[in-house]
Design a protein. Structure first.
Length: 278
């Protein structure tokens, strides 16, 4: 069911693997990890074992988040100094955060290093402007993988040409565009999709034969390329890279009929704001 957001989001109370099987946003996770077969939330020990199996050259260790109750270190500092990711049990948000670490360990580590550099310069009491952008991507990023011949699509999406890209160019989403969720908050909210759910677009060009690669090779390519961008992007580049994208507009991602009328809902598919000329 798709709901209209009119109150604070609350995820499902209990584990439900059917959620992950039923929405295409989770297909990548389920293709690489035995999530759909789980009868309960994976434990931190299980997540660590999955990481070692999936990413043996970049393994990640997970630890129960209760460790932070007695450890004075800031979350990002704790990860950097212990190489362990505090993770709450029976918690959708932290589970998806851990799963993104599993798939994209280099990129998550690059985000962690940028946070640490900002904390060293500005302290951890308030997020610096760059840390705010890092957090936006970490929570809400959507990787739009595209071949070179579809490089115009991100530009069209930045201009809010929703009907053109999502409806009239629908076949492109089957033949040269791959939306991969990176932000763990969006993964969490897709457990109960609602009109209003929006991601931060992050385009990434992939080679022409990308779709023929084994899935592990695709993920490694994306993780390496993305981590390099995260490591060097300036505040301006982060802001320029990300733009709003209505997640339920992606073909096949809404259980409502994605007709022209669907995309005419300007409360969700908002037109591009025109900046007045001086």
């Amino acid at each position: 069911m798709i709901t209209v957001k009119n109150q604070r989001f609350v995820p499902p109370e209990h584990w439900d693997a059917q959620i992950l099987r039923n929405h295409p946003a989770y297909h990548l996770l389920c293709a690489l990890l035995p999530l759909a077969q789980q009868s309960d939330f994976p434990s931190v020990e299980m997540l660590t074992a999955w990481s070692q199996a999936l990413q043996p050259t970049h393994p990640v260790r997970f630890i129960d988040a209760s460790v932070l109750d007695t450890d004075p270190r800031y979350y990002e500092v704790y990860i950097a100094e212990t190489s362990a990711v505090p993770t709450r049990s029976q918690n959708w948000h932290d589970l998806f955060g851990a799963l993104v670490w599993l798939l994209f360990p280099q990129s998550k580590a690059a985000l962690n290093r940028r946070h640490l550099a900002e904390i060293a310069q500005h302290g951890n009491k308030n997020r610096s402007p760059l840390r705010h952008q890092l957090t936006l991507f970490d929570e809400c990023g959507l990787l739009l993988l595209h071949r070179a011949e579809l490089a115009q699509v991100p530009a069209q999406l930045r201009q809010h040409q929703w009907t053109e890209v999502f409806l009239r160019q629908r076949l492109d989403w089957e033949q040269g565009l791959w939306p991969w969720v990176f932000g763990h908050a969006n993964f969490e909210m897709l457990t109960r999709p609602f009109i209003g759910l929006t991601a931060k677009l992050w385009p990434l060009q992939v080679p022409a034969d990308f779709e023929n690669w084994p899935l592990h090779q695709q993920v490694d390519f994306v993780d390496t390329a993305l981590s390099k961008q995260i490591a060097v992007f300036s505040l301006t580049e982060f802001r320029d890279q990300m733009s709003p994208l209505p997640l339920l507009g992606i073909p096949g991602w809404s259980h409502q009929a994605q007709t022209e009328q669907f995309y005419q809902d300007q409360n969700y598919f908002r037109p591009k704001r025109v900046t007045p000329q001086p």
